[in-house]
Write a protein that binds this ligand. Structure first.
Ligand code: DGP
Length: 124
């Protein structure tokens, strides 16, 4: 029998379906551990979501054995920022976790935002 996490992954998770190609996305980067695509409702000229291929729900769900995945998330951010021309001008990287952070997609994702001057507030 599938664990609740595995059942969610196979039946419900939109980002798992994007990773597997069952749902379409505008892919910008992929390696063995992570997949990155353009956000469907961008909040900046560049708004990319970088997700682990493995279903991890949020930051609370990350374990020590996922260290390679985390390394890959940040390597992907560096490479995508360079590829999309925002490494020099600057960019923001954000993980939302839970209600107060307004997390809506319960598959861990690193937002990569750039291409414009952003405000200084991280909470408003
Ligand atoms: P968060 O609030 O941190 O959980 O952000 C979830 C983001 O996911 C949000 O900016 C919109 C984006 N999103 C939701 N559904 C889809 C989808 O089907 N495709 C794409 N490309 N992005 C999506």
């Amino acid at each position: 029998m599938l664990s609740p996490t595995e059942a969610f992954k196979t039946k419900e998770c939109i980002f798992c379906k994007i990773v597997s190609g069952t749902l379409p996305s505008e892919k910008v980067y992929e390696n063995d551990n992570v997949f990155a695509f353009r956000d469907i409702s961008p909040q900046a000229p560049v708004h990319i979501l970088i997700v682990p291929k493995k279903h991890i729900t949020d930051v609370l769900d990350v374990s020590v054995s996922d260290s390679a995945v985390f390394q890959n998330l940040f390597q992907a951010a560096q490479q995508i920022a360079a590829k999309l021309g925002i490494a020099g001008s600057g960019f923001r990287t954000v993980f939302n976790s839970g209600d107060h952070a307004c997390q809506t997609m319960y598959h861990l994702h690193l937002h990569l935002l750039g291409g414009t001057q952003m405000g200084g507030s991280l909470v408003g």
